[in-house]
Write a protein that binds this ligand. Structure first.
Ligand SMILES: Nc1nc2c(c(=O)[nH]1)N[C@H]1C(S)=C(S)[C@@H](COP(=O)(O)O)O[C@H]1N2
Ligand SMILES: [Mo]
Length: 425
């Protein structure tokens, strides 16, 4: 992990070697200027008003100079919201991400077959656990919060997070995953409270929307690490993320993370339901729903649509995650996959959570291709698309559509002029 750590002083000594050639002197000058004008023109007169405004006192907002936003997914596809106000898929701006926590406002959104986001009054909402239990339970949100809580970092990823040659940016290729800090009650705590019957082997988690969000999962997952979450990034869940309560089955395909959770039925077999519809493919090699995601990684900087200002030093940065546990290592190649180098993990790897990696790179100005691949704690290694094609015995082509979840390695092409484009194209 520390093998490739760069001596930062060494790096900064030659200001001209920095990308864009900004010297430290110039940086200091621009900072001093910023301090001379702490407020926007005219704001001095309006300060009592501003102090009284909601955004400065009650609920903060980001700087108006920060403009990173989510986009409908896939771009150019079904508009979201559509003519009827239904919201479909919305992708997170990974190209602008720093660290590993996705701000709640930028968390990706996926609604199975479109949805009108339910407007749920938490005082009226209840969660019922029934089926193969000794004592069924119906909990208000206040009841739920009386149980001992846990707080954990977990990613969610939609099965629709697939990279294709047509996509331009990392938001388009990988924006259907996000990582947040979730707070809630372990499902195992609630199931112990109910008492499981011996025949209990599966459970179905149902959302409050009509026929939505019901998925069968093994009871072993419930007893292992499922969270019944009411908190997200230090506050209540956002409505788009399932307010007032959702289930987090860490590392499982996104569709299992039922939002607006109102019912958990403990059963003795896999129950086919609405979520399986549309995920059953005529090709028997395609899984219906896949439980465990990854291992997967993607370089977020430099990535498609970005422009390197010139040769010199860059820190390649990206995200890695796996449904199999914590990420153990990430490797980066800057020569199209000939040589793989150990990247530095920038955050503490946690189970089923994004980890940020970095790799110091001095670009010589020649056209090349950069890639990343992740290995998780159980030894799974992220595969190249070419390798997956070989496993399925089909011609090795870059634009090959990987069956099931697509966790293949993502290549970014760097052109001589510094332009970054999709390496699959
Ligand atoms: N009730 C309900 N739960 C749901 C869905 C939904 O449409 N309704 N969509 C699912 C899908 S397909 C995914 S990928 C995740 C997305 O979670 P997010 O919108 O919080 O990112 O929620 C899942 N849970
Ligand atoms: Mo999804």
């Amino acid at each position: 992990m520390d093998s490739k750590r760069t001596n930062r002083r060494e790096l900064l000594k030659g200001g001209a070697a920095l990308a864009g050639g900004v010297t430290l002197g110039e940086l200091a000058a621009s900072q001093a200027q910023a301090h001379d004008h702490p407020m926007t023109p005219g704001s001095e007169n309006a300060s009592p008003m501003i102090l009284g405004s909601k955004e400065l006192v009650e609920y903060g907002q980001r700087s108006r100079y920060v403009t990173s936003v989510r986009i409908q997914h896939p771009p150019g596809g079904r508009p979201s919201p559509d003519l009827f106000g239904k919201v479909f898929h919305v992708a997170s701006p990974l190209q602008d991400s720093v660290g590993v926590i996705t701000p709640s406002s930028l968390h990706y959104v996926a609604t199975t077959r479109g949805s009108y986001m339910p407007d749920i009054d938490p005082k009226l909402h209840t969660l019922t656990i029934h089926g193969l239990v000794d004592q069924p339970l119906t909990l208000t949100m206040d009841d739920l919060k009386r149980f001992p809580s846990v707080t954990r970092l977990h990613f969610i990823e939609c099965a629709g997070n697939r990279h294709t040659p047509q996509q331009k940016t990392v938001q388009e290729t990988h924006g259907m995953t996000s990582c947040a800090e979730w707070t809630g009650v372990p499902l195992s705590t609630l199931l112990k409270e109910c008492g499981l019957k011996g025949s209990a082997t599966w459970f179905v988690a149902e959302g409050a929307e009509e026929v939505k969000g019901a998925s069968s999962m093994p009871i072993s997952k419930a007893m292992d690490d499922c969270l019944i979450a009411y908190g997200m990034n230090g506050e209540a869940l956002r409505p788009q993320q399932g307010f007032p309560v959702r289930i987090i089955p860490p590392g499982f395909e996104g569709i299992f993370h039922t939002k607006y959770l109102r019912r958990i039925k403990v059963v003795d077999r896999y129950y086919m339901n609405y979520n399986d519809f549309g995920h059953l493919r005529p090709d028997p090699k395609e899984l219906a729903l896949s439980e465990q995601i990854g291992p997967k990684s993607v370089i977020t900087y430099p990535s498609g649509g970005q422009q390197l200002p010139g040769r010199g030093f860059y820190e390649i940065s990206g995200l890695a995650w796996s449904g199999g546990g914590a990420i153990r290592t990430v490797e980066v190649s800057t020569d199209g996959g000939k040589k793989w180098n150990l990247a530095e993990l920038k955050t503490t790897p946690q189970r089923m959570a994004h980890v940020r990696f970095g790799y110091p790179w001095t670009w010589d100005g020649n056209a090349t291709e950069i890639l990343s691949r992740a290995t998780d704690e159980i030894g799974q290694v992220q595969a190249l698309r070419e390798q997956i094609a070989q496993w399925w015995n089909v011609p090795v082509e870059r634009n090959y559509r990987v069956p099931g979840l697509d966790n293949s390695v993502m290549p970014w092409k760097i052109a001589k002029d510094g332009g970054v484009t999709n390496g699959l194209a």
